[in-house]
Design a protein around this ligand. Sequence first.
Ligand SMILES: O=C(O)CCC(=O)C(=O)O
Length: 234
Amino acid sequence: MWDNTDNETPSAMTLFTPEPHPGDRHEPAAGAIHVPGWLTLDQQRWIVGQFHRWTDGPVPIRAATVRGHQMSVRTVCLGWHWQPYKYTRAATDVNGAQVLPFPDWMVRLGRRALLDAGYPEAEANAYLPDTALVNYYDADARMGMHQDKDERSSAPVVSLSIGDSCTFRFGNATNRGKPYTDLRLRSGDLFVFGGESRLAYHGITRVHPDTAPDGCGLAAGRINITMRTTGLAD
Ligand SMILES: O=C(O)CCC(=O)C(=O)O
């Protein structure tokens, strides 16, 4: 039986207390910030432990079906359940169960992410993500170019990667094609996209097997977490 008491456990509090991150931040497009090596191995391992609890239910991890095609990526959600193309509290396209709550530690982590990505303190502290799509990619999984546009809020998306590295294609807000930049997202990397890039098309063209660092907690494959603000009221 799931319990949510670990939202405030000492381990979560200690792991995610603010500390400086020396990662060499860069901005591949206006409003899109990549901070390599943002999460420590301890933090990654702890999050992987949470991931295994999330996938146990009440809503199991599943591959969504988009326009009749099953995605190769499998997803479990927190806060709000994403299904093409809407957010619901209950996973009506899976088993009808209520989705797990959005954990407080993740709100704090999202705020820290914006600060470290260079957002002004007031904006970072006001960040209130209320959903996370937690994706698992095996070596063959991909994600086609798409926009994150089912949210009614223009707040930035905070993306975290753990496990095998991938090629992340980050494009423009007009179409799926060029101009885009291909960059490598590695275990522990942070990527934030907001402002002019909030609706940029993006996707995963490749997962690179056997590239996960020892100690990240994931033996194979890649986990990606995107925190978002739905802008929805209950
Ligand atoms: O896996 C990633 O890094 C991107 C995930 C993504 O684009 C999404 O969940 O919409």
